[in-house]
Design a protein around this ligand. Structure first.
Ligand SMILES: [Zn+2]
Length: 74
């Protein structure tokens, strides 16, 4: 079985280990879960990760980062 996940960097540090490298399925469903590549903590959904990448540095991105890192891991 090939590994159907891909790694990518986000402007968010993992709340548990501080890594910026995250993993998601290659299927790219908006509701796919994004996990920390190091400790596999759940971070956010794929569409939220896409939004983080789309937003440039600024208050809107900072607010979204705050939201995802303060969310309890599911
Ligand atoms: Zn982590």
């Amino acid at each position: 079985m090939p590994d159907l996940s891909e790694e990518f960097r986000l402007p968010v540090a993992c709340p548990d280990c501080g890594s910026h490298l995250f993993k998601a399925s290659q299927v790219h469903n908006p509701d796919d879960r994004v996990f920390c590549a190091s400790c596999r903590r759940y971070l956010c959904l794929y569409h939220e990760a896409q939004k983080l990448l789309r937003l440039g540095p600024g208050s809107e991105r900072e607010a979204l980062i705050e939201e995802v890192v303060n969310r309890p891991a599911r």
